[in-house]
Design a protein around this ligand. Sequence first.
Ligand code: F6R
Length: 590
Amino acid sequence: MCGIFGQIAAGAVSNTVKALKYLEYRGYDSAGLALRRGDCLEMYKTEGRIATLERIVDGIDEATVAIGHTRWATHGAVSTANAHPFLSEDGNFAIVHNGIIENYRELKALLPQVKFTSQTDSETVAHLLRQNYRGDVLQTVLTTARMLKGSFAIAVLSVYGDKLYAVRNKSPLVVGFSSNGAYLCSDIRCISHWATSVAVAPDNAVAEIGKNGAKFFRLDGTPVDVKFFAPPRAEETESFEGDFMLKEIFEIPAKLRQAKRNYVERGGLSLDADTVRRLKRIYLIGCGTAYHSGLAVAAVARKFIDADVIPVVASEFIYDNYPVDGDTLAFLISQSGETADTVRAAERVTESGGLTYAVTNTDSSSLTFKCDNCVNICADGEFAVASTKAYNCQIAVLTMLFADIALLRGTLSAKKHNAIFREIDGLPFAVEQILDESYRIAQLAEEVAHSSAVFFIGRTTDYPTACEGSLKLKEISYIHSEAYPAGELKHGTLALMERSVTVVAISTDPALRDKMISSVNEVTSRGARVIAFAPYAMEGVDTFELPPTGELLYAATACVPLQLLAYYAAKSLGRDVDKPRHLAKSVTVE
Ligand code: F6R
């Protein structure tokens, strides 16, 4: 989703381009930057890739103040006119914006004399700044910020002085410094390429950023204190040539080891026994892939936990009437820790007196600040927009959390608890065996790529794997795909089975093997082709044999061949696997 960067330091243009390249992983459709040269602001923007912007600004590097943006369209089509930055009509203010200005129509009505150049909500902010300017930029930004409703991180550059201004409400924004200068960004890992000390801007606040320091203000103008800290190290991505998605799938074994080590070293669950014994219900809340990891772990946790274990899509949880009280624990699962729906769900749990626990890949994210507890899944940065290794680590960490909960509640013996932790140790080896056979998946993917539709089917604990396999395939290959509980096919969907359709059948539970074979027969007899993923050979169909994994943990391994299947099918169709169309990471709007 949109990313912003700003800086006051030498090399403003090249650094901004570098930062925007780092932010590419969030998904975007256009990009731009504004800089100050002499007493004037200049603006450069384009639809498409950062590489195009880089060519446009090639040779301009004397600027020391700049702001930049990657846009993921929400208001108005993908076009250069709708790309950020936006300039006020007099050219004295430039802004970039991440989020949504919900009341932009009313605000536009206050500016009848202005000729808008775009269809965006964001442009309104630039014109309001001009209208509100009375000689003091800080007061202008504060006055303007008080008029805005919605979620936003906005960076403001003006011709009046060398400072940058930032406004934050709900969308991520960090401010940082090094001996070279000052920076702001929507991504803490990105800013750490330059800043050695960073602070997360508070909600409903304005930052006035000079080269050597920043002041933060509440919207009424009163100062607010923030804490600076050393940011997490930034991964180098520039020198890597190849597909990040494939690289990240091949990192899964190492990241699973890291996730287990970190979980044990931090002392496991870290909740007191009385609290855990009192719990009546435990929610697993997330979006997309993160929701699927909750779905997967809920399916196994129900086997050994006596509380209600309820996986819910975050955007549904916010507006539905799921009960929450003092006996409720909610795991908020989010790779980025910035997904707006998941952050709002955490707020809803807190407001109703429940306990929140963030399971993220990003310390110092909005979610970790909102939640009572947090654990890092230690998957490290994902630069492909489609999530892969975070999913495996989420499953491993959530399984350990539930095993610890069950041990404290006495519904899991110490012996079975130890067995689960040993199974976690075995996961990396099982994944390595799958990766060694990736050439076989590449062959299977050729047929998938030429299917008119792909259905992923599984029962109980395999159904979440089907959901994740289907999501991966559709988001990067654009082939229509759906996930179905295998037993549900006969209630309507069999109508779609024909020769051009592929069915991917996942079957890891020996108790349900015969039922899965029946489901497979139902589709093959209607002409569909089946590819099976199971720890045994399935008669009459192409089977990729999964290495045996503990019964409770197949979800963490069975998804790997499906991640590869999606990758190879997308490659075969010539798709841009790392930057698929319309897909955003860090979805910071509801
Ligand atoms: C799928 C994907 C998305 C994210 C979802 C939640 O490959 O990347 O479905 O999983 O937007 O993102 P996080 O985990 O950052 O909250």
